[in-house]
Design a binder for this molecule. Structure first.
Ligand SMILES: NC(=O)c1ccc[n+]([C@@H]2O[C@H](COP(=O)([O-])OP(=O)(O)OC[C@H]3O[C@@H](n4cnc5c(N)ncnc54)[C@H](O)[C@@H]3O)[C@@H](O)[C@H]2O)c1
Length: 369
């Protein structure tokens, strides 16, 4: 028996990640989340999701979804250009909001969303929820326990095969926002900043390496487009706690550099900051052997559990506690993307001004258990 009634949510934006990530994984936690209805500017997509679930309303307009008194919260799973306006509209309608990343296009917009949520005492949360994975939490606990000595360096990558080769709306991603950092790098950056806190200074290289592209899949296959934001970014990172780091991200080609590696004075660890159950590697700084650590039993098998963020958000609503997928951290990530561009333009290191309190570790009993 759950101690509370599930939080009733409307899904706004019913595309790839709603269909393949959020819907199946939210349906896996019926005691915490109830998918009450669906809205997409393309009504057929909302209908597809409703039919898959076998229940729920399909709204004709976003206004209708937001006026539904039974809806307590909105999952904003639209593409980047819909994040800020729809989240603002939902907050103004008195609904709690969980947004896909990035929380907004600019950090000034993120400030506005945070002010709106605070003023209305509503919860605002933002993906990625990947730090909530069992492997990610396990590594974090080991670092806090001193297993690798004093951590001094963290390296993260998220560089994927050419986006237009597999995403039907790749052009939307590359023509709105700050850069690939805001869309792809939140996975390593959110895990890094969960473990080690905010970043205080960056030095960046941002550019376009594939300036002419053609959509390879979907109904608009064959459409040519030119990215208007950097598709390839590298950055040196200085954390407020003195640690140093590096981030490499792009939509222009795959990288097999370990997605997240942490080095300390006594040892190091590597893991995937996106998927759970993908393996943890560890080594000592006084030996040459790389050893795998046992994957926590409950981990997903090389997958991200898209339901965990919404469940933590629902639990935070019911218990009136801070969300773990923090909007303050999400704003910080948007600012990092902005500052990396600024640094690249000015050829100088740039201060990152926003700060946030890292989320609480999940602890022995997770909200989704
Ligand atoms: N596809 C992935 O693998 C993936 C993974 C992680 C995160 N995400 C994030 O999830 C978000 C959505 O990505 P996606 O891949 O599902 O995109 P998508 O293009 O497949 O789906 C987006 C959906 O939102 C709808 N939409 C857009 N603007 C809208 C608006 N203003 N009102 C109503 N509906 C609107 C579109 O019609 C579409 O159905 C993005 O922010 C992306 O960064 C995607």
């Amino acid at each position: 028996m759950s101690e509370y009634a599930p939080v009733r949510v409307a899904v706004v934006g019913c595309g790839s990640i709603a269909e393949n990530g959020y819907q199946p994984r939210c349906l896996a936690y019926p005691k915490k989340i109830a998918l009450h209805g669906y809205f997409d500017q393309d009504k057929a997509r909302a209908e597809t999701l409703r039919n898959k679930a076998g229940a729920g309303k399909v709204y004709a307009t976003v206004e209708e979804a937001l006026a539904d008194p039974e809806v307590e919260a909105v999952l904003n799973l639209t593409t980047i250009n819909g994040h800020y306006p729809l989240s603002l509209q939902a907050l103004q309608a008195g609904k709690h909001v969980y947004s896909e990343k990035p929380v907004s296009i600019t950090s000034a917009q993120a400030d506005e969303l945070i002010r709106e949520a605070e003023a209305r005492k509503l919860k605002l949360a933002c993906s990625p929820s990947s730090p909530l994975g069992y492997e990610q939490q396990n590594v974090w606990a080991r670092i806090r326990a001193g297993e690798i000595g004093t951590p001094h360096t963290v390296i993260g990558t998220f560089a994927c095969t050419r986006l237009e080769a597999w995403h039907p709306n790749a052009d939307v991603f590359m023509t709105a926002g700050v850069s690939v950092v805001a869309d792809a790098a939140p996975y390593p950056l959110t895990v890094m900043t969960t473990f080690f806190g905010p970043i205080a200074r960056v030095f960046g290289f941002a550019r376009n390496v594939v300036p002419e592209r053609v959509l390879q899949v979907g109904p608009r296959k064959g459409t040519a487009f030119k990215p208007t934001i950097p598709d390839h970014v590298m950055g040196l990172l200085e954390f407020a706690n003195g640690m140093r780091g590096f981030i490499y991200t792009g939509w222009s080609g795959r990288s097999d550099v370990p997605p997240l590696e942490i080095a300390g004075t006594e040892g190091g660890m590597a893991l995937n900051p996106h998927n759970d159950g993908n393996g943890i590697r560890t080594w000592s700084q006084s030996g040459h052997e790389v050893k795998p650590l046992p994957t926590p039993e409950k981990s997903m098998k090389n997958a991200l559990d898209w339901g965990k963020g919404p469940v933590d958000f629902a639990d935070a609503i019911r218990r009136n506690r801070p969300v773990r997928c923090s909007p303050y951290q999400a704003r910080h990530i948007v600012e990092i993307a902005e500052r990396l561009n600024e640094s690249s333009r000015t050829n100088a290191s740039v201060e990152v001004r926003s700060r946030f309190e890292p989320p609480e570790p999940v602890g022995e009993v997770a909200p989704w258990e």
